[in-house]
Design a protein. Structure first.
Length: 149
């Protein structure tokens, strides 16, 4: 799947061009490919499983508030500025949401944070994941709020 509208400048406000949005519950995706730049996959709500999935993006290319497990996925950056792989939206300690990446790989161009804190309790886990030398050592951006560290 690919969004073919003109690619907005990186980080442009209000110019996101989502390739795919999922709000359904208990959904699985195997062997799919998503191509876009900013805000590629909107993992809005629900429980989702992604396996052998290729996702290409630049800024916040996986975002939302789903409870999602990514297994064996390839996350490829095409950013020309500083970008972020994830922007997770968990807003309460009581919410059972977050993104988990296991046995994945992060490759591409530019420099990236693994995640940015969209909300006060954003939760993202990377385990047993190969990463090209494009990840900013701090790896997490608090979006200007030290309480989101």
């Amino acid at each position: 799947m690919q969004n073919t509208t003109p690619v907005p400048p990186p980080g442009a406000i209000g110019k996101q061009a989502v390739a795919f949005r999922i709000s359904a519950d208990t959904t699985a995706f195997v062997g799919c490919k998503l191509l876009r730049a900013q805000d590629t996959l909107y993992d809005h709500l629900g429980r989702h499983y992604y396996k052998d999935f290729y996702i290409e993006g630049s800024v916040n290319f996986i975002f939302g508030n789903g409870l999602s497990f990514f297994e064996g996925c390839h996350l490829h950056a095409i950013t020309q500025v500083t970008g972020a792989v994830t922007t997770q939206g968990r807003s309460s300690m009581l919410e059972d949401t977050g993104f988990s990446f296991v046995n994945c790989k992060v490759t591409g161009l530019g420099v990236l944070y693994l995640g940015r804190a969209w909300s006060p309790f954003s939760r993202v886990i990377f385990a047993y994941t190969y990463m090209d030398n494009i990840i900013i050592p701090k790896s997490w951006h608090n979006w200007g709020d030290p309480l989101r560290e």
